[in-house]
Write a protein that binds this ligand. Structure first.
Ligand code: PXP
Length: 239
């Protein structure tokens, strides 16, 4: 299974002082050397962490793939089309949220999404949609012709009661199976950490995990290279 590392929180730290360090570009290089298959960043409309220049510089410097997370707001779409990352992951975005709190409502946003998805695909940019593990949302994703979906693992990660956690894991597994039947590649992410990731790694239909916060948090104590290496180890070997 591949690991994409989200470097947003390197920029969160930098923005605390509005200086030029730490630089997400430097972090991305270390992540790649430590085994990350792709680098993820989220250009939020409020620019709370990643800035426009970060996206350009990451695009120019990374040697794996840039996966740009983004909303479908016009200004953000225009930047993404100019930068031309290998992949975009379309997510819902609310200004007040601390992080992306739910998946896209593809069923209701079908019309707008169709135009945006087509625009990216015509320019050779792969599109992934961030979705909750709900079958009708996956069917709507297939109608849009996207290459990939990313299952939102937040409910699983937040479930503290074992039965609820198992229930959420089963939902993820069923959704991953359904997506593969629809011939859509499956990624997953959000809230995954060193303790909860192994159960998700055991879902064979999931090809990629995108993880940010837990890795950057651990990097404060063990360094970024080891933090990524440890996660690559957990993601590569099913327990
Ligand atoms: N995938 C998507 C689509 C996200 O929005 C996020 C959060 O930016 C992540 C993965 C990573 O989540 P976390 O930082 O909790 O690992």
């Amino acid at each position: 299974m591949r690991l994409g590392v989200n470097v947003d929180h390197i920029a969160t730290l930098r923005q605390a002082r509005k200086t030029s360090n730490p630089d997400p570009k430097d972090a991305a290089r270390i992540c790649e050397q430590a085994g990350a298959s792709s680098i993820v960043c989220h250009l939020r409309e409020d620019r709370r962490h990643i800035q426009d220049t970060d996206v350009w510089r990451l695009r120019q410097s990374i040697t794996t793939r840039l996966n740009l997370e983004m909303s479908i707001a016009k200004g953000i779409v225009a930047i993404a089309l100019a930068v031309k990352p290998a992949q975009v992951t379309l997510v819902p975005e609310r200004r007040q949220e601390l992080t992306t709190e739910g998946g896209l409502d593809i069923v209701n946003l079908r019309g707008r999404l169709k135009r945006v998805v087509r625009t990216f695909q015509e320019r050779g940019i792969e599109v992934s949609l961030f979705v909750d593990p709900i079958i009708r949302q996956l069917q709507a994703a297939q109608d849009l012709g996207v290459e990939m979906i990313e299952l939102h693992t937040g409910r699983y990660a937040e479930a503290s009661a074992p039965r609820l956690r198992l229930h959420q894991l089963r939902q993820l597994s069923k959704a991953a199976q359904a997506a593969r039947k629809l011939e859509i590649s499956v990624a997953a992410g959000h809230g995954l950490d060193y303790d909860n990731v192994s159960a998700v790694v055991e879902i064979p239909e999931i090809e990629e995990l995108n993880i940010g916060y837990a890795i950057i948090r651990r990097a404060l104590f063990v360094g970024l290279q080891d933090a990524v290496r440890e996660m690559v180890g957990l993601v590569s070997v099913p327990s």
